[in-house]
Design a protein around this ligand. Structure first.
Ligand code: NDP
Length: 461
């Protein structure tokens, strides 16, 4: 019997990388890389710790906290903190494993890690959230530092939580340093960091549309289904609207909203304002004036994919495994051409398989139906701008909004080109008319960069 615990999410993330390497010509051309996967898939270190605090009722609560320091070959461990009741080691290992290769795709000097706390923040007061963040950092502060490990936000950890975590680190260590990214703008944060994952996702898809249509198409006139309504979904939606697309859906953990005419920027603004206070979309649609003129349909308990009708682009931006095989088939039948993950591992293995199958040109289909981009490539804008935040902290400088946005765009387009070229270089697919596999491309680029650093440093020999 295997000594390994059952870790389904981690296994899924591992399988994707393993299959991408196996289904390419990499090991045939460069056999030395075969040795790396068994080593890189084991985290350098996992820290698990007790977090205990007093809630607003004066009772003691306790929850497990984690930091997975996965790989430091390319730089300090870097990756977000997730505060959510589903947090466990399988989920943090999958996120940390993905993060290693994602960070390598940015082209920056960043290692990979992930952490979090198994807690539901919903319904808790600001004061209690502050106590939770301080309690979490009491232990985490021993293990991180600006040159060792630099966490950021993720689900449940936004600007407010990063502020409390940073304040806690500073007071425990007596050191003001760039130890977290996603900081406030007047105390070391970078312009465009809150927007970066959503904007970066849309820049990546723009590059896909440009390549697939040979420069003839853009977001203008495209119908775009988005899931989630948190940080990533909000800024992806705003950028799509700015570029002339129609956002036909958003969602949260309780249901989805659908609008055939398009969700407006004002409505996204109302959602952004209300989500900080943990309001549900159902409450927001009922309470906010922005929803009284331009009506949307609220569907309780639903994900958007089978409710949006005709659609050109699908951007899962909520959580892992939020597009099933059946939903993938429905999206294809509804005309989807581009699918790109804002969330990490947004599509199930079955959904990825179905989308990837539609990339191949067959005798009956003259054009590929779908082009799919995995999160480790299409959502890496957030960590890339975190890297720029670290650079600004080191220089004690603040770059302008335009400068950071231009840099983000360049990084996303470079990443797209790297994925494309590497997929072509190591492709063993006979059908050359098909669009190259961005999953294989992303996994190969990230893996080769990390593997080379590990060989150089004696992590593998
Ligand atoms: P937020 O916490 O800001 O928003 C998460 C959104 O997803 C909310 O709308 C939430 O609904 C919904 N959601 C959470 N869990 C579930 C679930 N189990 N089922 C259905 N809906 C759910 O997180 P982010 O926007 O920051 O992150 C979203 C995704 O993007 C995650 O996969 C994250 O790992 C990934 N990502 C984030 C980056 C960042 O910079 N923030 C960078 C790269 C990837 P509700 O409001 O009801 O809780």
């Amino acid at each position: 019997m295997s000594a390994q615990p059952f870790e389904p999410e981690f296994q899924q993330a591992y399988n994707e990388v393993e299959a991408s390497l196996r289904d390419s010509s990499l090991f045939e051309k460069k056999p030395k890389y075969k040795k790396v996967l068994p080593v890189v898939s084991v985290p350098e270190r996992i820290i698990q710790f007790r977090v205990t605090w007093e809630n607003d009722k004066g009772e003691q609560e306790v929850a497990p906290g984690f930091r997975v320091q996965y790989n430091s070959a390319k730089g300090p461990y870097k990756g977000g903190l997730r505060f959510h009741p589903t947090v466990n080691l399988s989920i943090l290992k999958f996120l940390g494993f993905e993060q290693i290769f994602k960070n390598a795709l940015t082209g920056q000097s960043l290692g990979g890690g992930k952490g979090g706390l198994c807690v539901d923040l919903k319904g808790r007061s600001n004061n209690e959230i502050r106590r939770i963040c301080y309690a979490f950092m009491r232990e985490l502060s021993r293990h991180i530092g600006q040159d060792t490990d630099v966490p950021a936000g993720d689900i449940g950890v936004g600007g407010r939580e990063v502020g409390y975590l940073f304040g806690a680190y500073k007071s425990y260590k007596n050191s003001w340093e760039g130890v977290l990214t996603g900081k406030g703008l007047n105390w070391g944060g970078s312009l465009i960091r809150p927007e970066a994952t959503g904007y970066g996702l849309v820049y990546y898809v723009q590059a896909m549309i440009d390549y697939a249509s040979k420069g003839k198409e853009s977001f203008t006139g495209k119908r775009v289904a988005i899931s989630g309504s948190g940080n990533v979904a909000q800024f992806a939606a705003l950028k799509v609207i700015e570029l002339g697309g129609t956002v036909v859906s958003l969602s949260d953990s309780k249901g989805a909203i659908v609008s055939q005419a398009g969700i407006t920027a004002a409505q996204v603004g109302a959602i952004s304002e209300a989500k900080i206070n943990f309001k549900t979309l159902e409450q927001i649609v009922g309470d906010f004036a922005a929803f009284s003129d331009n009506k949307v349909t609220y569907i309780p308990g639903a994900r958007p994919w089978i409710h949006v009708g005709k659609v050109d682009v699908a951007l899962p931006c909520a959580t892992q495994n939020e597009v099933s095989g059946e939903e993938a088939k429905t999206l294809i039948a509804a005309g989807v051409k581009f699918v790109a993950e804002g969330s990490n591992m947004g599509c199930t293995e079955e959904a990825v398989h179905i989308f990837e199958g539609e990339r191949i040109v067959t005798e009956t289909a003259s054009q590929p139906a779908v082009w799919y981009a995995p999160g480790k490539a299409s959502n890496m804008g957030g960590v890339a701008v975190s890297g720029l935040e670290m650079a600004q902290n080191s220089q004690r400088l603040t770059w302008s909004r335009e400068q950071v946005d231009a840099e983000l765009k360049k990084i996303m387009v470079n990443c797209f080109n790297d994925c494309l070229e590497t997929a072509l270089e190591y492709s063993n697919e006979a059908n050359k008319q098909s669009l190259p596999s961005l999953v294989k491309g992303a996994n190969l680029v990230g893996f080769i960069r990390v593997a080379d650093a590990m060989f150089d440093q004696g992590d593998v020999w």
